[in-house]
Design a binder for this molecule. Structure first.
Ligand SMILES: [Zn+2]
Length: 637
């Protein structure tokens, strides 16, 4: 049985090598929640992996040879002067190690912190990977402009780069690099993209974009690797695991194969996750304690009860074990030593009406009376209300004629029914059946007449005929209903503080637009144009930006202050967003972060984020900015 199936099923997998068979067939298919981690063949395999001291693996002569082979020919002109940068004379230590290790291992798992120069590693990997002719670099769409328009020219002035697919120049003998966005990968067009290119190397930057095995994108990606087992994979990210080690066990499996320091069997991954992940109901580490090296004792002064200390010990041991595995290159020190200050911003008195609406929303009802169907909607609404507005659906009149209320009710209930069936079906993804859009097309094929006789799969969704009948007959739009401008006004005031420009981060575009308008500064939402122009800001005026669109990848060191209007609950999102300014190249003495904490949802979200940040640091070893920051508020420990 092939690797993917081995990852997906716990039952009696067949081996890649005979030795793996004996080890893997003994894995239990299930484990009881709260039970200590048990002995498994997967654990035995991990304990058998060779150990390696990365610092002692390569010498100066190796690095000199590497850099000589990668340096651009003398006389190559560079763009440093126009960018106000100094010409780099060598690779950063972590870049050298990542390139050497990928070349030697034929793959790589690089938990490398934000601001350590992963982009240049992306670009040079095709040149160092033995025999590489066609490489694919996957990255988020909002980073494409920075890479192709800025970084490519900057690095090309000093290093030999591969041939950029679709670029103006082609130099024979050098590999071709296709730059593809993760977003493209989520579309039907993306399904066959890799199959056509047949890369011998795939580099995933911001590889946490592939953390969700249940998503169409990740499923498609894993299926491709499964069908093309010779493809070499390098996965790098500053935040490989954000909530759980499950986030990257599958990537490690394809990058390092039998050499992965994580379980290959999905059920064993679950078992380990129960002991290593953050949260209250955790399992004792049990057999995982075999990873502990007795010579590494934790500081005895560290607090907590016995169970907490044991959990820290096993997280620490797991991280050391992982990082000493061939093919793994991790950063162990912070990219920037510059101080980071985090403080709450008091927006003034919260209107009583908003507080009352938040209570009602959490109890399950929107201010306009609409009932929520799930927890997610309740929390989203409470977060919006904390900023003074809420989202609702509106059914506008069409050419002056109001839409039929009875039809709208029927439309809504059939929609819910179809969505329920769709959610269930998405749990069993397959080629051409792994996204809502593709499933709708498959459902249309299944019910069409004359019957479909093509090669694509069909889906006999029971709720489709009723929904398909009606789904185009009602028109709806999402609109923001504003109850108060108190946050808009306060955020605008922050943005206009004299001589102190900064970034106002928002989750909701309509909120961002409103703040930007009140302050008379630009708002950067989604889309390629915003991505291309935000990086040209001078830092002399404040900006408002969508956290989702611009909170990762970009270099925004022209700013050193930021305000989080809708603080995320995700530790990785914080690490990434703060890293836009708190990174190499920042010229200010310190980076200042402010956030609103005026409702229980906002404080809860930030508490969760700090909890995740501790987990990431303990298992990943990458210091998290939320942990190293100094907190300027009495309410924070
Ligand atoms: Zn230069």
């Amino acid at each position: 049985m092939r690797l993917l199936q081995r990852l997906q099923t716990g039952a009696a997998p067949l081996p890649v090598r005979p030795v793996a068979l004996a080890k893997l067939t003994g894995d239990r298919a299930t484990f009881a929640k709260g039970q200590p981690v048990g002995w498994s063949p997967d654990l035995a395999r991990v304990l058998d992996l060779p150990r390696r001291d990365l610092a002692a693996s390569y010498g100066d002569a190796d690095f000199a040879t590497l850099e000589a082979s990668l340096r651009a020919p003398p006389g190559t002109s560079c763009t440093c002067r126009t960018l106000g940068k100094r010409c780099p004379s060598s690779l950063l230590p972590i870049q050298r190690l990542a390139l050497m290790e990928a070349a030697r291992t034929g793959g790589g798992l690089f938990p490398i912190g934000v601001g350590h120069g992963k982009t240049l590693v992306d670009l040079l990997l095709p040149l160092v990977m033995p025999g590489c002719k066609v490489a694919v670099l996957l990255l988020p769409s909002n980073l494409r402009a920075q890479l192709v328009d800025v970084d490519w020219h900057f690095y090309g002035g000093h290093w030999r780069l591969p041939n950029l697919a679709g670029g103006r120049w082609f130099r024979p003998g050098l590999p071709v690099l296709h730059v593809i966005t993760y977003e493209k990968f989520s579309t039907q067009e993306g399904t066959d993209l890799l199959t056509r290119m047949r890369p011998d190397l795939i580099v995933c930057d911001e590889a946490h974009k592939l953390k969700d095995r249940k998503s169409a994108r990740t499923g498609r990606f894993l299926r491709y690797l499964e069908q093309h087992p010779d493809t070499r994979l390098v996965a790098q990210s500053g935040t490989l695991a954000t909530r759980t080690v499950k986030d990257y066990a599958h990537l490690a499996a394809f990058a390092l194969r039998d050499g992965s320091p994580l379980p290959l069997n999905r059920h064993v991954v679950e078992e380990w996750a129960a002991a290593l992940d953050p949260g209250h109901a955790v399992a004792p580490p049990g057999e995982l304690l075999r990873l502990v090296d007795p010579s590494h004792s934790l500081d005895p002064l560290e607090g907590g009860n016995e169970a907490e200390r044991e959990r820290r010990r096993v997280r620490d041991a797991y991280r050391r074990w992982r990082n000493a595995t061939p093919g793994v290159v991790a950063t162990d020190e912070s990219a920037v030593g510059m101080p980071l200050v985090i403080r709450t911003r008091d927006p003034g008195k919260v209107p009583a009406e908003l507080l009352a609406h938040i209570q009602t929303a959490l109890a399950g009802q929107r201010p306009d009376g609409e009932e929520f169907v799930d927890e997610l909607q309740r929390v989203a609404c409470a977060r919006q209300l904390a900023s003074g507005f809420f989202h609702r659906w509106r059914y506008p009149a069409i050419q002056g004629v109001p839409q039929d209320a009875e039809l709208i009710t029927r439309w809504f209930s059939r929609r819910q029914e179809f969505n329920r069936e769709l959610r269930e079906r998405l749990k069993r993804p397959a080629e051409h059946l792994d996204s809502p859009g593709l499933l709708v097309r498959a459902a249309i094929r299944a019910h069409q007449s004359p019957p479909y006789d093509g090669e694509l799969p069909t889906w006999r969704a029971a709720s489709w005929p009723a929904w398909g009948d009606i789904h185009k007959r009602v028109v709806h739009v999402t609109e923001a209903v504003w109850l108060s401008d108190f946050i808009v006004k306060d955020a605008a005031k922050w943005a206009l503080r004299k001589g102190q420009p900064g970034i106002v981060w928002v989750e909701f575009p309509e909120l961002g637009e409103r703040i930007a308008k009140a302050a008379g500064v630009p708002f950067y939402g989604g889309g390629p144009e915003a991505s291309a122009t935000i990086i040209r800001e001078s830092g002399k005026r404040s900006i408002v930006a969508s956290l989702r669109a611009h909170g990762t990848g970009k270099n925004l060191t022209m700013f050193s202050r930021m305000l989080f209007v809708n603080p995320p609950a995700d530790g990785a999102a914080w690490e990434q967003a703060i890293g836009r300014c708190h990174r190499q190249g920042q010229l200010a003495d310190e980076v200042e972060v402010e956030l609103y904490q005026h409702t229980a949802e906002l404080t809860g979200a930030f508490e969760k984020a700090r909890d995740f940040a501790r987990f990431i640091e303990e298992t990943e070893g990458t210091p998290q900015k939320l942990n190293l920051a100094s907190y300027n508020a009495a309410s924070w420990p």
